[in-house]
Design a protein around this ligand. Structure first.
Ligand SMILES: C[S@@+](CC[C@H](N)C(=O)[O-])C[C@H]1O[C@@H](n2cnc3c(N)ncnc32)[C@H](O)[C@@H]1O
Length: 179
């Protein structure tokens, strides 16, 4: 494991119990804005990459039942286990997703790739595991990314961009399709 990845993981391991109090309302705002631009079906299999404490589980409607929360930090996932939803929790690296190709309908990735040394690997992995017609919903901090850089990474992975825009707070967001 690279030093940067180890350090990032360690930071979240140590702050997991405080994450929700600090970030819940801002992340919920991002979820609201992104999901207002696309539809998900109750039958969709959704993978949340870098899911952290599973804040997305609190947001998604209760009829969305097939959710996998995946994160490198075990302690962040443990916080998620306290949430009510019936999700699967998988401790794994976003650069090596432990799923076969073309098996998922939606991949979400909120506020994760700005911490990654090689974000293209994670975005390509998301492409690999999505079915044809599946969608990636991703946000990234605008302090670290500009829209052009985000566009480049998404297109390079093979996606067709449906919408790329700036949220009302701190992140660029993209909805992209695997055609
Ligand atoms: C800012 S938090 C965002 C959490 C969640 N997506 C949200 O919206 O609240 C970033 C998360 O990415 C995870 N992460 C960082 N590098 C990762 C990697 N290589 N693989 C999987 N998860 C990673 C961290 O452990 C942390 O939980």
């Amino acid at each position: 494991m690279s030093k940067k990845k180890y350090e990032a993981g360690k930071k979240y391991e140590e702050t997991a119990t405080k994450y929700d109090a600090r970030y819940s309302s801002i992340q919920q705002q991002k979820f609201r804005e992104v999901f207002s631009q696309t539809k998900i079906k109750s039958s969709d299999l959704l993978l949340d990459v870098g899911a952290g404490t599973g804040l997305l589980l609190d947001f998604l409607p209760s009829n969305v039942q097939n959710i996998i929360s995946c994160d490198l930090s075990f302690n962040m996932l443990l916080e998620g286990k306290n949430k009510l939803k019936n999700a699967l929790f998988v401790c794994a690296d976003s650069e090596h997703l432990p799923f076969r190709e073309s098996c998922l309908n939606i991949v979400t990735c909120f506020s994760v790739i700005q911490n990654l040394q090689e974000p293209t690997i994670t975005v390509s992995e998301s492409f690999r595991v999505l079915k044809i017609g599946g969608k990636l919903l991703l946000t990234v901090l605008d302090k670290i990314y500009c829209d052009k850089k985000l566009e480049e990474i998404i297109v390079q992975a093979g996606y067709e961009i449906e919408k790329l825009w700036h949220l009302s707070i701190e992140d660029f967001s993209v909805i992209a399709k695997k055609d």
